[in-house]
Design a binder for this molecule. Structure first.
Ligand SMILES: Nc1ncnc2c1ncn2[C@@H]1O[C@H](COP(=O)(O)OP(=O)(O)OP(=O)(O)O)[C@@H](O)[C@H]1O
Length: 309
């Protein structure tokens, strides 16, 4: 199970993108409103568009400890609630009177709280990333949390049968749409209890700001890279959620060029290779086979147009 606990050390999130975008400011304000009214928020959209970053940013605004939980198909109730993890024994030897030797041994089972139990008990903000990757059975527990505000402790051999959810506890879910491989169809009942906000790729300016905030590149360089990636994205023919190269592609090209002193110049062979390496595969996944040969040419043409300075 991949569980990362972020309690005191909150992840550093550069919020330049959100600061300068009225779209994100509105989204953040509304999300915080839903969360503070007890409704979980769910960001859904294609890979690499910034769902997790946004969820963590919003979680941080709530001024409660933030816990990040990654969905995966191995996630089980004992990871979420907790489990008895072994035995603790203590032994007392009493030889105070020489002729009398007394020993007393106590054995108790030791319990470790699961991540969800900890978050629910102490009122953390939980970011449940890619929750649809977990088995629906594991996610069922969220129904009681969201509806009855209790966390049932079934199957744990604990004396109490449930614990009450802390009033400050809240959850932000993220997911890629259900068509993605390896993702389980999420339960309707669970989706019915959250406010689902579909996200799409960032707009051009927001994407440029994100690239600048991740590198030391000039605005002009970031603009050229994003322009190329957006052109590549627009070449994508599929209507489903596999939408070609994402913001991640723009950041990768920018970081690689910066780190390895590759000139941001469409006539430079190394830069052309970089453009193709980063965008070709995601583009291929959303293009019919018969159109793929021409596509490489189109990508290269778009890359060749880049000239900074
Ligand atoms: N506001 C932002 N400012 C700067 N960089 C950002 C911002 N949002 C996202 N990024 C960067 O874009 C990349 C993708 O972001 P993120 O992982 O949040 O996307 P995602 O939609 O959750 O992706 P996936 O579905 O694959 O998990 C990361 O490198 C992240 O740091």
């Amino acid at each position: 199970m991949t569980v990362l606990k972020e309690v005191r050390q909150q992840p550093h999130i550069n919020n330049e993108v959100y600061k300068h975008s009225s779209y994100y400011q509105g989204l953040i304000k509304r999300s915080l409103r839903y969360l503070s009214s007890g409704y979980p928020v769910h960001f859904t959209g294609p890979s690499g568009i910034g769902k997790t970053t946004l969820a963590l940013h919003i979680a941080k605004q709530r001024n409660r400890p933030v816990m990040l939980l990654n969905g995966n198909k191995e996630l089980a109730n004992e990871d979420l609630i907790g489990a008895f993890t072994g035995y603790q024994s203590s032994k007392v030897k009493d030889n105070f009177i020489r002729t009398v030797y007394k020993t007393e041994e106590n054995v108790t089972e030791s319990w470790t709280d699961g991540k969800l139990l900890e978050a629910v008990k102490h009122g953390y903000t939980l970011v449940y990333d890619e929750f649809t990757r977990s088995q629906p059975e594991a996610n069922n527990i969220f129904l009681s949390i969201l509806e009855e505000k209790i966390l049932p402790l079934y199957g744990t051999k604990r004396k109490e049968s449930f614990i009450r959810v802390h009033p400050e506890f809240s959850v932000i879910f993220t997911s890629n749409p259900a068509e993605y491989a390896g993702v389980f169809q999420s339960q309707d009942a669970l989706l019915d209890r959250m406010v689902t906000l579909p996200l799409d790729h960032m707009d051009h300016q927001a994407e440029v700001t994100a690239v600048i905030s991740k590198t030391n590149l000039s605005r002009e360089s970031a603009e050229s890279i994003v322009e190329f990636v957006v052109t590549a994205r627009e070449l994508c023919e599929s209507n489903d959620q596999l939408q070609g190269p994402s913001l991640r592609a723009s950041i990768m090209i920018a970081e690689m060029a910066e780190k390895h002193d590759i000139p941001i110049d469409g006539n430079d062979e190394e830069f052309q290779e970089l453009c193709l390496d980063i965008t070709w595969f995601p583009l291929q996944t959303c293009t019919p086979k018969e159109k793929q040969p021409q596509l490489k040419e189109k990508l290269l043409d778009a890359c060749k147009k880049i000239k900074v300075g």
